[in-house]
Design a protein around this ligand. Structure first.
Ligand code: AN7
Length: 416
């Protein structure tokens, strides 16, 4: 079995010990495998015959019993070759890995299937998270699936309606905190610390990251066991970029891929502590007090996994970039209109970042690039409607309809 390990002082903890921060230095934790043992398990396993999904990688997951798995069939999302978008931005080979195809419409499901399974294994009856929306939607669904209680803390007024609807219909206790995401997360940390019966499932929970690392595995398998040259990914709390990088380095260490991609994180201008650190060459972030962006999912000023994200970007010789709300909305529209893929604004930041980095010559035209789009467009219908042409209201008459369509109207004279 793997163990939990502090990313800073390397203190080790048992896989079944419930803790979210290192007891010695307070830094965050990750799951570490014994690669000899894992290689051995894999060589005796039929994992390659299973369909593409998170649980294809069951051998790579720190779960004791298959019988405990709480699943809605997550992962196995499309890697869509996108030639029109490639031409638009000036690239030869571009793919969109569309995580909106997951059961609740975002990549969070990869983490929650493993995180909630772990909660069940640990005997937890009550799970909690703070969320800008997608985490709460996903946790609410998986808690319902497991038959356990769920509480979510969301910032008031600033979450997309689709996500709120999901958390509510799945029966979660929804608290709208008068404050932002970062403040809500602080309360969740304190609650989990004070009330040991509540299990915390924000991405600081390393079991969530284990599920999400499957995103990295899948991309390589979908490209015939090759890593792309670059992966571009929206960054908020920075769990996902860390998770994808973990998956990639594990596949590399196991010899399944020969090269590693440049990890490229995209943040919205108004909430970009990690991109700022990368741009200024700092290995620490300066948190943003009042983060702002139309991409509410990534409206996060104090990302908990910042250290893992900066490591991933440095180790992979990648980079980070910021994009404006206008660039995000433009990218969302372009992707929907020329590739048929409808994503929420936060997800479109990867496309906006791609466009900017190609234009600025940071990304070479010959690079094979994968953009990850993290959540479905229907999560936030309001934003989509606001930036599209309004429907044209017409009388229920043929001539009115033709006129609205700019078709020539003429009287049809029936020959006798
Ligand atoms: C669509 O739901 O943090 O960098 O509470 O919903 O792993 O945080 C959402 C994050 C990107 C950023 N795209 O991922 C939450 C939450 C979408 C998201 C991110 C989120 P991380």
């Amino acid at each position: 079995m793997p163990h939990q390990e502090c990313i800073n002082c390397k203190s080790q903890y048992d896989i079944d010990e419930i803790l979210y921060f290192c007891k010695k230095c307070g830094d965050i934790l990750e799951i570490k495998f014994d690669f000899k043992e894992l290689s051995q398990t894999l060589s005796e396993s039929n994992w390659k015959t299973k369909p593409l999904s998170v649980w294809r990688y069951r051998d790579f997951m720190p779960i004791h019993e298959a019988a405990n798995i709480v699943t809605l069939n997550e992962g196995g999302t499309g890697l869509h070759r996108s030639p029109r978008l490639a031409e638009e931005v000036g690239l030869k080979e571009l793919y969109v890995k569309n995580e909106g195809e997951n059961p609740t419409g975002s990549f969070k499901d990869r983490g929650m299937t493993v995180g909630v399974t772990k909660a069940v294994e640990l005997g937890a009856r009550h799970v909690i998270c703070a969320s800008t929306g997608n985490t709460s939607a996903s946790l609410a669904a998986y808690a319902a699936r497991a038959g356990i209680k769920c509480t979510v803390l969301i910032p008031s007024g600033k979450i997309a309606y689709g996500k709120l609807a999901q958390a509510m219909i799945h029966g979660a206790k929804v608290l709208q905190v008068r404050g932002n995401f970062d403040q809500a997360l602080e309360f969740v940390f304190k609650l989990a610390e004070k009330h040991k019966s509540i299990y915390l499932l924000n991405s600081i929970n390393p079991f969530r990251i284990e599920g999400q690392k499957s995103l990295g595995y899948e991309i390589c398998e979908q490209l015939d066991n090759k890593a792309p040259d670059r992966i571009i990914i929206p960054v908020g709390n920075a769990g996902n970029i860390s998770a994808v990088w973990k998956g990639l380095t594990e596949f590399h260490q196991l010899g399944f891929i020969k090269t590693l991609p440049k990890m490229t994180g995209i943040q919205a201008v108004g909430s970009a502590p990690i991109a700022q650190a990368i741009k200024t060459g700092s290995d620490k972030i300066i948190t943003v007090e009042n983060p702002e962006t139309i991409a509410t999912a990534i409206r996060i000023g104090a990302p908990v996994s910042w250290k893992k994200a900066i490591n991933a970007i440095h180790e992979s010789h990648g980079t980070a970039e910021t994009v404006t709300d206008e660039e995000i909305l433009d990218a969302q529209k372009i992707l929907a209109r020329i590739e048929g893929i409808f994503v929420e604004p936060a997800s479109a930041s990867s496309i906006a970042g791609l466009k900017k980095l190609v234009k600025n010559g940071i990304i070479d035209k010959d690079e094979r690039v994968v953009c990850i789009t993290t959540g479905h467009g229907l999560k936030d219908p309001d934003t989509a409607i606001k930036q599209s042409e309004k429907p044209i209201e017409v009388d229920a008459e043929m001539s009115a309809i033709e006129q609205a369509l700019g078709l020539q109207t003429r009287k049809v004279i029936l020959a006798r």
